[in-house]
Design a protein around this ligand. Structure first.
Ligand SMILES: Cc1cc2nc3c(=O)[nH]c(=O)nc-3n(C[C@H](O)[C@H](O)[C@H](O)COP(=O)(O)OP(=O)(O)OC[C@H]3O[C@@H](n4cnc5c(N)ncnc54)[C@H](O)[C@@H]3O)c2cc1C
Ligand SMILES: *[C@@H]1O[C@H](CO)[C@@H](O)[C@H](O)[C@H]1NC(C)=O
Ligand SMILES: *[C@@H]1O[C@H](CO)[C@@H](O)[C@H](O)[C@H]1NC(C)=O
Ligand SMILES: CC(=O)N[C@H]1CO[C@H](CO)[C@@H](O)[C@@H]1O
Length: 498
């Protein structure tokens, strides 16, 4: 009798432990999406959440680094489409103003010097045409979408618009306007998704660049935008730092996350904000295994790589403009240079950086630092044949593609990724939800995409917690067929940031 009572008691205890709280929400990842999701829960009166983060600080791909006596940004650095002519501002801009983050307008396309293998070569007019071609591509892509025509690659789109780069100058100019945005080439990118992305973030009205690309030059780091915001509502008890998730178990009644030490954290709901790259590389195992439609969606989106290589020199010997574009015979080879030693940014700093993208960036990551330094140095010598280019004092770049917490920089939508894939990438699995830049339709890749999705998906979870009857599974398409797969369906493409 006593034994029976004891076993009944222990059964009850186990049951209670398995359901600690009907409302605990696990937020997996402390980047923009995770922080904004936590804030959204908090504002809805839900404070029993736990944010689990592998690193020892918040911010994720907002990652600053002390280099050459200044704070440089290894990850996100710009607020794109800060303040459109009409409609509300980019929410990252609003947060930056609120937390007094120092920003400076970056005249990406207007303040430009151009070079080739023999030094200065004036092809600014070619760049102007590439800007206009990109705008044309965007407008025509939007028209395809509104007519429900199938998606094509941006390369096809460019060709149909009459833009067919032949010379190294034309290729460099196209690279500067396209790859520097999407971190992949036009042949690797969806025409329609490119059009949506550009239309929603940039104001193309009039086809002129607006002064709405701001560069953070804050000594505390751009991450202050979200760290200061988090400090307003996050209690230390809400956050587990230095906690890497290895396994996630999910069902219709709860979710648990296993940490690398074996500890299991249980919740009623979980929001996974790990990057697309993390999901693609099986850095986290799911139990049960993810359904085939989810796997197809995850593997069909692309995690592209965007790498900034920083150099510190004892003095500035380069161009006086903000940007420098170098046309190499190989498209995208150390082409896009940006001076931080500029009156608007860090005058006197001796810092310049070059950005590489896509496959070339993955190649660079796989090389030893010394070889990258040597290659980029020889490009500088070609750009400045009449100057005795000094050896750099320091060089640094971050390997996003090989970091198991990211596996790349941000998502880029390929032509074979259909709107139904998008729904499947974003859909919940029982009590497990997904959010991040990759799940944003309007702003894929951007900080404001991560922000928007933290807000939207936390909203889905709140509906489930507070209004049981509204807890419907999110849209998914288990079998994407030729009939529904290629159509984007009817979609309102009116320009609006929010
Ligand atoms: C080089 C670069 C340049 C960029 N430039 C810009 C820009 O100028 N403007 C712009 O708008 N966007 C830019 N972006 C994109 C922007 O940074 C991202 O869209 C945004 O930060 C993504 O936020 P997130 O919350 O979706 O993901 P993340 O920031 O990746 O957050 C996910 C979090 O999960 C954590 N994590 C991962 N795996 C685990 C695990 N197993 N266990 C526990 N924790 C884990 C990570 O450490 C991270 O903190 C850039 C990105 C890069 C890399
Ligand atoms: C996380 O780990 C780092 C490095 O080991 C350590 O300095 C820091 O105190 C840890 N932070 C927490 C909150 O455990
Ligand atoms: C560079 O200079 C060499 C030698 O004058 C010349 O043969 C070559 O055509 C030039 N290349 C370019 C891209 O200007
Ligand atoms: C589909 C759509 O609305 N595309 C728009 C993108 O922005 C340009 C410029 O405002 C419009 O001309 C397109 O119609």
């Amino acid at each position: 009798m006593l034994a029976l009572l004891a076993s009944l008691l222990s059964f009850l205890l186990v049951t209670v432990n398995a359901n600690p709280d009907s409302e605990t929400v696990l937020i997996l990842g402390g980047g923009v999406a995770g922080i904004i999701a936590a804030k959204t829960l908090h504002e809805a009166g839900i404070d029993n959440f736990i944010l689990i983060e592998a690193r020892d600080e918040l911010g994720g791909r907002m990652k600053s680094y002390r280099f050459g006596g200044k704070t440089v940004e290894l990850g996100a650095n710009w607020i794109h489409g800060a303040k459109p002519v009409s409609g509300p501002a980019n929410p990252i801009y609003t947060l930056a103003i609120k937390h007094d983050v120092k920003m400076q307008y970056n005249d990406f396309y207007g303040s430009l010097s151009t070079f080739d293998i023999n030094g200065t070569a004036d092809f600014v007019d070619v760049c102007r045409k590439a800007f206009a071609d990109h705008a044309k591509l965007t407008i025509a892509g939007g028209e395809r979408l509104s007519r429900s025509l199938v998606d094509l690659s941006a390369r096809t789109g460019y060709a149909l618009m009459g833009s067919k780069p032949q010379t190294h100058y034309e290729q460099a100019a196209e690279y500067f306007h396209f790859d520097m945005e999407y971190a992949q080439s036009p042949e690797q990118s969806s025409w329609i998704a490119q059009a949506m992305n550009a239309n929603f973030t940039y104001d193309f009205i009039g086809g002129k660049p607006l002064k709405d690309t701001l560069l953070s030059i804050d000594e505390r780091g751009f991450k202050t935008v979200v760290q200061a915001e988090a400090a307003e509502f996050l209690q230390p008890s809400h956050v587990m730092f230095n906690s890497t998730v290895t396994d996630i178990s999910y069902s219709d009644s709860g979710v648990s996350a296993t940490l690398d030490g074996g500890r299991v954290i249980r919740g009623a709901y979980a929001l996974c904000t790990f990057s697309l790259g993390v999901l693609q590389h099986d850095d986290v195992r799911f139990h049960p295994e993810l359904p085939v439609y989810k796997q197809e969606a995850i593997q069909s989106m692309v995690m592209a790589t965007y790498t900034k290589i920083f150099f510190k020199f004892d003095r500035k010997f380069w161009f006086d403009t903000e940007m420098g574009l170098y046309a190499d015979p190989e498209r995208g080879r150390y082409s896009a240079w940006q001076s931080l030693d500029h009156p608007n940014f860090f005058p006197g700093s001796g810092i310049i950086f070059v950005t590489v993208t896509g496959i070339f960036a993955e190649r660079v990551e796989s090389l030893p630092d010394s070889q990258v330094r040597e290659e980029a140095f020889s490009v500088l010598k070609q750009m400045f044949p009449n100057i005795d280019v000094p050896q750099p004092l320091d060089m640094f770049f971050y390997r996003w593609h090989s970091d198991p917490l990211y596996r790349g920089s941000y998502s880029n939508w390929p032509p074979s990724f259909f709107l139904s894939h998008y729904h499947n990438l974003r859909a919940n699995l029982g009590r497990l939800y997904f959010a991040g830049e990759a799940t944003s339709l309007k702003f894929v890749g951007f900080l404001h995409g991560a922000y928007d999705e933290g807000l939207n998906i936390a909203g889905e979870i709140i509906k489930c917690i507070q209004e049981e009857d509204e807890c419907a599974p999110m849209k998914r398409v288990p079998d994407i067929t030729n009939g529904d797969g290629k159509s984007y369906g009817r979609f309102n493409m009116q320009y609006s940031l929010y």
